[in-house]
Design a binder for this molecule. Sequence first.
Ligand SMILES: Cc1cc2nc3c(=O)[nH]c(=O)nc-3n(C[C@H](O)[C@H](O)[C@H](O)COP(=O)(O)OP(=O)(O)OC[C@H]3O[C@@H](n4cnc5c(N)ncnc54)[C@H](O)[C@@H]3O)c2cc1C
Length: 501
Amino acid sequence: MKCSVCGNEMTASATCQVCTAKLRDESGAARQHVLVLGAGLAGLSAASRLVSAGCRVTVIESDDHVGGLAASHTLKTRWGEFDYDNGPHRFHTTDPNVKSEAMRLVGDEIVWAQRQSRIYLYGRFFHYPLQGGNVLRSLPPLVLCKAFLDYLAVKVRNIFARRPDNNFENWVVNRFGRKLYDVFFGTYTEKTWGIPCNRISADWAAQRISLLSLWDTVVKTLFKRRDGNVPRTYVSKFFYPRRGGIGRLCVRYAEEIRAAGSHVLLSTPALRVHHTDGKVTGVTVGGPGGERFMSADRVISTIPCTLLARLLTPTAPAEVIHAVDSLKHRSMIFVYMVLNRPTVTPDHWIYLPEQTLTTHRLSEFKNFSPDAAPVDKTLLCAEITCDYEDAEWRLSDAELQAIVVKDMGRLGLIKESDILQTFSRRERYAYPIYDLEYRTHRDRLLAHITSIDGLLSTGRQGLFKYNNMDHSIGMGLAAADNLLGTGKDHAGVAAGQEYYG
Ligand SMILES: Cc1cc2nc3c(=O)[nH]c(=O)nc-3n(C[C@H](O)[C@H](O)[C@H](O)COP(=O)(O)OP(=O)(O)OC[C@H]3O[C@@H](n4cnc5c(N)ncnc54)[C@H](O)[C@@H]3O)c2cc1C
């Protein structure tokens, strides 16, 4: 008999001699083997819950580290150590279960940060969330007047001939008027998504608009909500691991899972997901030991659902593959710069909506935790959105540095002579693109995946959802509960029109 975890030829023993997987519990009953694809927050939270319920779990991760989008790394240099994330990652949740999960994992190693972020417009920095007085004082008066008149105009027009909220542009203009749309929403959104705003779903506006909304922010700043709920943007205090970045959450999850005798296999990509007679049977994985088949009673997948559909064996029907081809992701380049400066900004991050700047956001990890960098040095991260394998994706570190230095020069933040080292990382599946047809394609794809018994796709990538870390943890936990029979709906997490910014 072969071990279903590592493929080793086993003797009569109930425990594999190579990977020590236990095939039977104390009573001698065979334990369910669950394969979890992806060691990001969704996969690891699901695995952790299943392990504590007594399941035999193996997590398969293609990267050589855990964490996915919420991974962190430490750069060791002769100047000291620098912790860094994939862009700024601020953890916040309103779900008490998710909060206690995070506290259990890293509660004894956190620092509390007082959020500070700004937005750069018209050659000036504005506090973000915006402060009414600061906005009124700093915005050019002509822009303010035009914005106000356009706002009134659209309110009047809405009474007689309201445009339908059928795309991002209409959604925003209906609420804020044309001038605010042009200045704050249209340019940044096209820069981030790489497609015209009238091709973007209004869903994205509903969930993310406060990110750039001057008007909305001023209104919310002046008029506190009666229900007492503070929108995520206004949460000023958040916790962050003192060392190791936000990725400590996943590192701690993996430690717990391994300590309980289950497995987190790195550098092990899922290559094929097998199903027979409508039921999942296992996964062929690659990795250092070569290709091997791992059987499974259940598979929880948190890898991109578009990728999962392509791995299905036998292959998915043509209309599902069409849906997969139609769903797109926006990719991201993170350009990191080690600087010979104790600090550059007081901010956790700065939004850069102007089209003339290639960088769209800048972050400084030392402001998340003072121990993230040596006292006299700092590390900045500039984010550049692009399409997978386009001209920007292929730029060298030297070319990226030149672009970012030019941008930062315009902001008056750094000089080339400050830079000690530049390097970059790339993330292919950074943002799911909510274009006008995405819902139809996503639903078709997920319906096919759901039709395969024992296969469950969840998490940000698994559900093609633009959600946050806490949502991914919530989805992973709910998926595990669902599988354990408590009937929770993992697809219901972050399903509403709540604000995610
Ligand atoms: C730039 C940026 C900034 C963000 N900032 C914040 C923030 O401030 N606050 C916040 O709450 N959220 C933030 N988020 C969102 C947050 O990072 C994600 O919602 C969350 O980390 C997603 O976790 P996940 O497990 O669902 O997906 P992922 O982290 O993407 O995990 C999927 C995993 O599957 C693995 N995988 C892929 N293919 C295979 C394969 N074939 N075989 C095996 N494994 C595979 C991947 O390597 C990855 O580890 C940000 C996201 C980005 C991109």
